[in-house]
Structures are given as C-alpha cells and as structure tokens.
Write a protein that binds this ligand. Structure first.
Ligand SMILES: *[C@@H]1O[C@H](CO)[C@@H](O)[C@H](O)[C@H]1NC(C)=O
Ligand SMILES: *[C@@H]1O[C@H](CO)[C@@H](O)[C@H](O)[C@H]1NC(C)=O
Ligand SMILES: *[C@@H]1O[C@H](CO)[C@@H](O)[C@H](O)[C@H]1NC(C)=O
Length: 351
C-alpha cells in the first residue's frame, strides 16, 4: 500500500518535524505560587509602581506612608506594577540599585512581606535575567519577579502578565534605548504562547476574584495613554473571562477608570517616585473616577464578597476610594436566578 507511515525515512522526518513544531509552538502552564489568606478568610495588600530611584522624587516618602498604611491594614503582601529600577533596570545581580532602591527604602516592618513584581519597559533596558534571578531572592527574601505568573490566594487569583513585549515601538522605534529581548524572541511566538497560557489559566480559574496585573496601561488618560496593542490582544481575553480588575503602572499617576461596556475596573498605580508629568488627556467622565498626577500608592482589602480599594498621596491622605461587591451566590442555579432578574426576596423564599 505504501503509505508514508510504512516508510522509515518519512516516519523519522515526521517525528523530527513534530518535535520541532512542539518546541516552537508549545504552550506551558504559567508558573504558579500560593499565598494563604488571613485566619478570617480576608486578604489585604498594597500596589505601587514606577518606583526605583534610590529614594529620590519622593520614593522614600511614599515608602514611609506605605509602611504606615501597611501596618494599619496588616497587609499580606505588596504588588509592584513594574519599572522597578530606573533608568535602565538592573545591570547585573550585583547592581547596588537593588539595595539602594528596594531593600534600604522599603524598610518598614509592615513591608517585610512578599513583593510580587512584574517587569516594566525600563526594566527591559537592563539585564532582565538579573532581575528574575534567584540570587536576588536570596539577597532579599521578599523579592519575587517573573515575566508572567499566577498567584493563587484562595479567594483571588492574580495573573501577572509581561506586557512590555506587546508594545511595537520598543522593537520598531527604540531610539537610543536598548532592550534586552533575550527569552522573548521570536516575539510573535512569545506573545501568542503567553496569550494562550493566560487564556487557559483564566478559563480554568474558579477563584472568586480575578485580578490581572501588567505594567502598561489598557485604559489611561495619562502621558502614555492607552496601549493599543493591549486593547487589541489582552483586553478581549479579560472581558471573555470575567476579570474584575486590571491594574498597571507606566503612567506616573494614580488613576481609576471604570467601564461602561464591562464590569472591569482599570487601576493605575504608577506613583512610586517621579510623577507630576502633566499631559492628562480627556476621558469620558462617566468612566473617569480618579486622576491624580502626583505620587502615591493603592491599597486593596478583599473578602469573598467585597473588595475595597483606596488611593493615597505622598502624605498618606486618602485621595479616592471605592468598593466592589459580589454576590455570595455562586452556584449555577443561583446565577441563573440572577440572570433572570428574579427579585431578591424570592431567592430567600423556600430556596
Ligand atoms: C514631593 O511631594 C510633594 C507633595 O505632593 C510635592 O509638592 C513635590 O513636588 C514632590 N517632589 C518631587 C520631587 O516630585
Ligand atoms: C540619541 O542620542 C543623541 C546623542 O546623545 C541625541 O542627540 C539624540 O537626540 C537622541 N535621540 C533620541 C531619540 O533620544
Ligand atoms: C487549573 O487549576 C488547577 C487548580 O487550581 C491547577 O492546579 C492547574 O495548574 C490549573 N491549570 C492551568 C492550565 O492553569
């Protein structure tokens, strides 16, 4: 009969080709970490971005207030939205900037918790491997930085996404900046694998809350504004998968934009050091809840049914707060009742 499979040469070629195919196009599960909730089932954390400047530009002042609020809320960890070290990331695992901009700045007792970090575009201008290195975790056990990963904290799942490689201009028009794309090239394969991994992980998630963290903006009225590449490639995945919050840095401001077309809230916490850049663009006032051009940070307190967000300035003053609540009901039957708009009272009558 003479099919391909009966001929050893064709068979070998087929195996070789499929191995190559798998090695190039394989998707993998994103690395996963776990953080326990408090004894009462709640969780609280701070979010800061765009910070590492040896304490300058009010970085130290923001750090002090993070310590105060961190103490008050008994935080479980800190999330960094990237641009961890200015101007050009870390040079090596021995770069003193790690200590000068991180270890010796965030010294408050309440900040001696895990720091979950993503990379920003400025981090990509340095030695990326250094920032991801386990050596830094040994130097300061708080430090955890990966390109993309998942943090499961029982009531919430965080999806940390490496957003910098999505941005065309860093590749096509880098100016005088050089980027360390080791591990990212070939770019189209890196990005499609990442999106596929993220989709699978989001679909698979049964957490009450889903929060996606990146460096670049999706919705922002700041100097950088909207990141079109993320609107095109990332936003649809967030909308399809019931994501509650997207949080980012990149624009050096504090910002809360809600959505008229979905439930997602877009939060920018990029006020960790140099701010006051001006250049705020118009945004639909129905969606724009806060735009603050100066330094500061954000806190989040979560329970199964409620999320409280607060933005603070450099003095620790509250600039803005809002709350999102979730129905306790989570069985398919109860969701159906909700979708059918059966009045609340009926839900408790014999159900
Ligand atoms: C530090 O914060 C204060 C208060 O917001 C502000 O007036 C000042 O300009 C900031 N300094 C820098 C260097 O951004
Ligand atoms: C690149 O550097 C040169 C020399 O320092 C400078 O003249 C030029 O304006 C810079 N270009 C950009 C895009 O920053
Ligand atoms: C799916 O969820 C389970 C349980 O949380 C986890 O162990 C597994 O790694 C997840 N798979 C993916 C593709 O994220």
């Amino acid at each position: 009969m003479g099919t391909f499979f009966e001929k050893p040469l064709f068979f070998c070629l087929l195996v070789a080709a499929s191995l190559w195919w798998c090695s190039v196009f394989s998707t993998a599960e994103l690395p996963r970490f776990h953080h326990p909730v408090k004894a009462d089932g709640s969780l609280s954390f701070l979010v800061v971005g765009d910070w590492g400047r040896q304490g300058l530009y009010n970085q130290s002042e923001v750090a002090i207030q993070m310590g105060v609020i961190g103490e008050k809320l008994d935080i479980d960890f800190v999330i960094s939205t990237g641009d961890n070290f200015y101007e050009d990331g870390l040079k090596s695992i021995n770069d003193p900037a790690f200590s000068d901009s991180f270890t010796t700045i965030y010294t408050a007792k309440s900040l001696q918790r895990k720091w979950y970090n993503v990379l920003g575009n400025h981090d990509y201008r340095g030695n990326v491997e250094a920032q991801l290195s386990a050596v830094l975790r040994d130097k300061d056990s708080r430090w955890l930085c990966l390109r993309s990963f998942i943090l499961n904290a029982e009531i919430v799942e965080f999806f940390f996404v490496d957003t910098t490689p999505f941005v065309d201009k860093y590749f096509t028009d880098p100016g005088n900046d050089t980027y360390d794309w080791k591990g990212v090239l070939p770019r189209n394969i890196y990005l499609s694998n990442l999106l596929e991994d993220l989709k699978l992980a989001l679909r698979n998630s049964s957490a009450k809350w889903k929060i996606v963290v990146g460096h670049q903006t999706i919705k922002s009225a700041g100097e950088h504004g909207v990141t079109q590449e993320l609107v095109q490639h990332l936003l649809p995945i967030l909308q399809e998968n019931d994501v509650d919050i997207y949080m980012n840095g990149h624009d050096h401001c504090l910002q809360h934009i809600s959505s008229t077309d979905s439930k997602i809230h877009f939060l920018t916490s990029g006020g960790g050091s140099k701010a006051w850049r001006g250049g705020v663009k118009w945004w639909n006032p129905e969606e724009m809840k806060l735009y603050y051009d100066g330094q500061g940070f954000m806190s989040v307190q979560l329970t199964q049914t409620q999320a409280d967000f607060v933005f603070y300035d450099v003095f620790g003053n509250v600039l803005h707060k809002f709350m999102v609540s979730k129905d306790l009901s989570s069985t398919p039957f109860e969701r159906l009742i909700k979708v059918l708009h059966i009045p609340k009272i009926l839900r408790y009558v014999g159900m």
